[in-house]
Design a protein around this ligand. Structure first.
Ligand SMILES: [Zn+2]
Ligand SMILES: [Zn+2]
Ligand SMILES: [Zn+2]
Ligand SMILES: [Zn+2]
Ligand SMILES: [Zn+2]
Length: 204
């Protein structure tokens, strides 16, 4: 069955109108009797309401701005999911990014967030990457400079586990010198070699 353009009388196949002979918006225009592609070719000005719809944005990388759009006509003729190949996309703390940009992201070993490498630190000796927010929980060893979560603090100096085991300090009570990770710390970070010295100091 044919439909004739009410402006120029061009015949259009009804089946073709529903199956991609013209764009979906053009088929609407022909059916409504407001012109057809032939009219347009002959200089007929089509009404404003019939215009090619803006392409639909299906993907926009937060990082590099890469945008993938799809023709809305494609979506009308085909199943939306078949109209385009879903591009690979990855969810990060910043938003959804493309495959290329995702290479610059890594997962924080502590909180599990996917953060940009510019916003995280790779801690070499612990062999893990930690985001800026989590790095607040770390301090750097006053002896070797390494970052670690649990520091041994002695007389306002903090030491990492390995430095603490090799570092010695003098007991404030009896002056005995022992490794700092074997001693006891008082309320003001004063160092005691044993519970005995700690208790003795308290008595005075
Ligand atoms: Zn026409
Ligand atoms: Zn990107
Ligand atoms: Zn984190
Ligand atoms: Zn250290
Ligand atoms: Zn002592």
């Amino acid at each position: 069955m044919n439909i004739h353009c009410q402006i120029c009388n061009e015949p259009w196949d009804d089946y073709g109108l529903r199956h991609g002979d013209v764009a979906a918006w053009e088929a609407d225009m022909i059916r409504a009797g407001n012109g057809c592609p032939c009219c347009m070719d002959n200089g007929f000005t089509i009404p404003d309401e019939y215009t090619k719809p803006e392409p639909l944005v299906v993907f926009n990388c937060t990082d590099c701005g890469e945008t993938i759009t799809v023709d809305q006509d494609e979506i009308r003729y085909y199943d939306k999911d078949l109209a385009f190949d879903e591009p690979p996309q990855y969810l990060t703390e910043d938003g959804v990014v493309c495959e290329d940009c995702y290479c610059d992201y890594s997962e924080c070993a502590d909180c599990g967030a996917t953060v940009h490498n510019n916003n995280s630190i790779y801690i070499q000796h612990l062999m893990k990457s930690v985001c800026y927010a989590c790095i607040e929980n770390y301090s750097s060893c006053d002896q070797c400079g390494q970052l670690e979560e649990n520091m041994t603090v002695v007389e306002n100096e903090c030491f990492c586990k390995s430095c603490a085991s090799s570092k010695v300090a003098d007991c404030v009570e009896c002056d005995k010198t022992i490794p700092i990770d074997e001693g006891i710390l008082g309320a003001d970070n004063e160092f005691y070699c044993s519970m005995e010295c700690y208790d003795k100091a308290k008595e005075i």
